[in-house]
Design a protein around this ligand. Structure first.
Ligand SMILES: [Mg+2]
Length: 178
């Protein structure tokens, strides 16, 4: 069985745009803080799998091809900076009100990846900045790290809540082998 770091995109890999979507590469602001996390994951034999809700497509604000362009750009930044990129990318274009099984907080995308790559979820992590990331991870039986200003009471699905992406690495390091 393999293990994976399941990584949310907006707010983790790139800066979130309040009340809008990243529709073109000019709007994609890469966050260098993700680099050591991905590099650590790769060197510890985790698959790197992006799990992202992108309802801007469902709303007709952007196309799947726009998203593909942004993801090619993201992976080329990663290859350029640290010589690796995501092993796989899952996105959900469905609208929030669809309550799609694939859209976080539902686990569909994670379960697809777990099946395809023969991943042991209990050895894996979901890392994101929204409550829906922690929920999707928990339902999928991964461990979860939630980045942001949340309380444990508010998000019981989060195994760890941290304010800053910088602190992810110490959690991964300290729970290694557990
Ligand atoms: Mg996010």
């Amino acid at each position: 069985m393999k293990k994976a770091l399941f990584i949310d995109r907006d707010g983790i890999v790139n800066k979130k745009i309040p009340h809008d979507y990243v529709k073109k590469i000019e709007e994609f602001t890469f966050q260098d803080e993700i680099l050591p996390i991905l590099a650590w994951g790769k060197s510890h034999e985790y698959l790197l799998i992006l799990i992202t809700n992108q309802q801007g497509i469902g709303k007709g604000i952007m196309s799947e091809s726009d998203l593909q362009t942004i993801h090619n750009h993201m992976n080329s930044i990663l290859l350029d900076k640290i010589g690796l990129c995501f092993d796989d990318i899952y996105f959900c274009p469905d609208l929030a009100e669809s309550e799609s099984f694939r859209r976080k907080p539902n686990p569909g995308m994670l379960l697809e990846a777990i099946e395809k790559w023969h991943i042991n979820p209990q050895q894996s992590w979901m890392i994101g900045d929204s409550i829906s990331d922690a929920k999707a991870g928990k339902i999928s039986e991964t461990r979860t790290i939630l980045v942001g200003n949340y309380s444990a009471e508010q998000v019981p699905e989060a195994d760890f809540i941290i304010k800053d992406l910088h602190d992810v690495l110490s959690i991964l390091e300290h729970t290694k082998g557990q």
